[in-house]
Write a protein that binds this ligand. Structure first.
Ligand SMILES: Nc1nc2c(ncn2[C@@H]2O[C@H](COP(=O)(O)OP(=O)(O)OP(=O)(O)O)[C@@H](O)[C@H]2O)c(=O)[nH]1
Ligand SMILES: [Mg+2]
Length: 414
C-alpha cells in the first residue's frame, strides 16, 4: 500500500495517522508521499509525483493507493489509469475499517448508508468516465446508464433510511424506559483508541472488545453501574477521529445522539501522547461533540494511560492545555486513580440529593426500601419497631416519593 498526502503550504501532514488506519484495515504501508502544493486538477498531486508514484507501484508491487485528500472522480480515474491499481481516499479507508468491525445490523446499515451517500454525488461522473475505458475501481460501471446507476443508489439510500428509522424508534423506546428509572446517563466519548472500552470494562465488569486498532467499538453498549455508590447508566460508544467524514457523522447520528442526551460526558484522552497530539485530538473531540449537539452537556476530562508516562509530565501537559473543564488522570488498564474518577463524577452528577427521612414500617415502605437500595447510594438504613430511618443520596423522583411516604414524619434534604 502507498499513502499520499498533498498538503497546503505550511500544513502538517497526517501520514502517521493514515498509516495507522491502513494497519487497522489490514494493509502494509511500503511507500509514503507528502507533497506541498495546490491541488492539480487532473491528479490532485503534481504530474511529476504521479510518475514517481507509478514507478514505485510497479517496483514494489503496490496493490492499492490511499489519499488523505478527497479526490474528484476525474482525479481518481486519471490516477487509476496512470498507476494501474485502485486509488481510494481516507474516507473510503475508514469505511472499509468500519465494515470490518461492524458487529450489529444497525452498524452495518449505518455504514452502507455512508458508502452510498459517498457514491451518490460521484455516480453519474463515474459512469461517464468508465465508458471511456474501465480502470481499477471503475469496474462494471461502464455497463450502466448514468441515470440508472444514480437512481439505483438513491433508491437504496431511501430503503436503508427506512430501516434505520425503525431501529431509531426502537432505540427511542429503550431510552424512554431508561428515563423512567430516573438514573443519570453517563457517556464515554473521545478519540478512537483513547481507552473508552477499557474503562467501560473496568467499571462494569463487562467484556466489550478492546484493541489497539482504531474504531474497535461501533455499536454502543449501556450498563447500570455504581460509581461512588451511585447507580448510573454508563455508555460506551464509537470513537472520534480528525476529519471524521461528515457522512459518517450523519450515518451514525442516532448512535452519537445518545452522547448528546446524557447528563455527563467522560471525555477520554490518551495522555501518553505528545502535547501537540493530545491537544489536536481534544480539539477534534470537542468539535465533534458540538457538531452532534452535545455542546451543553457537562464534561469531565479523563486523561488516560498514565501508566505509560509520569504524573509530573501529565500535570505539565494539563497546565499547558489550560482547559475550562474538570479533569482527572487515570489508568484504565491498571485501575490507578479510579476512585478519584468516581468521586469527581459523583460530585458532578446533579441527579442525586441527600435525604434523611423516617417512614412507617409497612408493606408499601418495604417495597420502596428495595427500590431505594437499587436507585440510591445508601448511607444508612435503620429499622425500628414501627418505622424505618433512611439516610440516602437518591434520585429526585424517589426523594419525592419518600417525602410522601414519610407522612409528616422526619424528612430532610441536604
Ligand atoms: N498502557 C495503557 N493502555 C491502555 C490504557 N487504556 C487503554 N489502553 C489500551 O489502548 C488500546 C485502546 O483501548 P480501547 O479501550 O479499545 O479504546 P477505545 O477508546 O474503546 O477505542 P475505539 O473503540 O477504537 O474507539 C488498547 O490496546 C488498550 O489495551 C491504559 O490506561 N494504559
Ligand atoms: Mg472501544
Amino acid at each position: 500500500m502507498a499513502i499520499i498526502h498533498r498538503t497546503n503550504v505550511g500544513e502538517e501532514d497526517n501520514l502517521e495517522e493514515l498509516s495507522e488506519l491502513c494497519r487497522t484495515a489490514g494493509y502494509n504501508v511500503v511507500y509514503r508521499v507528502k507533497q506541498e502544493r495546490p491541488p492539480h486538477p487532473e491528479y490532485n498531486i503534481g504530474p511529476g509525483k504521479v510518475e514517481e508514484l507509478a514507478k514505485a507501484v510497479r517496483e514494489l508491487g503496490i496493490e492499492k493507493v490511499v489519499f488523505e485528500n478527497e479526490l474528484k472522480p476525474i482525479q481518481e480515474y486519471n490516477l487509476a489509469k496512470k498507476l494501474g491499481v485502485q486509488v481510494i481516499t481516507r474516507t473510503q479507508l475508514i469505511l472499509e475499517i468500519f465494515t470490518l468491525h461492524a458487529s450489529s445490523i444497525e452498524a452495518r446499515l449505518q455504514i452502507k448508508l455512508a458508502e452510498l451517500k459517498y457514491e451518490l454525488p460521484r455516480a453519474k461522473e463515474k459512469v461517464r468516465l468508465a465508458k471511456k475505458g474501465e480502470q481499477p475501481g471503475f469496474h462494471g460501471l461502464g455497463a450502466y446508464e448514468a441515470d440508472v446507476y444514480y437512481d439505483e443508489i438513491h433508491r437504496r439510500i431511501v430503503y436503508i433510511n427506512k430501516k434505520l428509522e425503525a431501529i431509531k424508534k426502537h432505540m427511542d423506546l429503550i431510552r424512554v424506559e431508561r428515563k423512567k428509572l430516573g438514573l443519570p446517563i453517563i457517556s464515554l466519548a473521545g478519540y478512537t483508541n483513547a481507552g473508552k472500552s477499557t474503562l467501560f470494562n473496568l467499571l462494569t465488569f463487562e467484556d466489550v472488545e478492546v484493541n489497539s486498532q482504531l474504531f474497535t467499538t461501533l455499536t454502543p453498549t449501556t450498563r447500570i453501574v455504581r460509581l461512588d455508590g451511585k447507580p448510573v447508566f454508563l455508555s460506551d460508544t464509537v470513537g472520534f477521529i480528525n476529519n471524521l467524514p461528515t457522512l459518517l457523522i450523519e450515518a451514525f447520528y442516532a448512535t452519537l445522539r445518545e452522547i448528546a442526551l446524557s447528563d455527563l460526558i467522560l471525555l477520554m484522552v490518551d495522555a501518553s501522547e505528545p502535547l501537540q497530539i493530545v491537544e489536536k485530538k481534544l480539539e477534534t473531540s470537542l468539535d465533534t461533540l458540538s457538531s452532534i449537539g452535545a455542546g451543553g452537556v457537562p464534561i469531565l476530562l479523563v486523561f488516560n494511560k498514565i501508566d505509560l508516562t509520569d504524573l509530573d509530565e501529565i500535570e505539565k501537559k494539563i497546565k499547558r492545555l489550560n482547559l475550562p473543564y474538570e479533569y482527572v488522570a487515570i489508568s484504565a488498564k491498571t485501575g490507578w486513580n479510579i476512585k478519584s474518577l468516581e468521586e469527581k463524577v459523583s460530585r458532578m452528577l446533579k441527579g442525586f440529593i441527600r435525604v434523611k427521612a423516617t417512614i412507617p414500617f409497612n408493606s408499601t415502605s418495604m417495597k420502596m426500601i428495595k427500590e431505594i437500595y437499587n436507585k440510591s447510594k445508601v448511607i444508612n438504613i435503620e429499622y425500628d419497631d414501627s418505622c424505618v430511618k433512611v439516610d440516602v443520596e437518591t434520585t429526585i423522583e424517589l426523594a419525592e416519593r419518600i417525602r410522601k411516604l414519610s407522612e409528616g414524619g422526619e424528612f430532610r434534604v441536604g
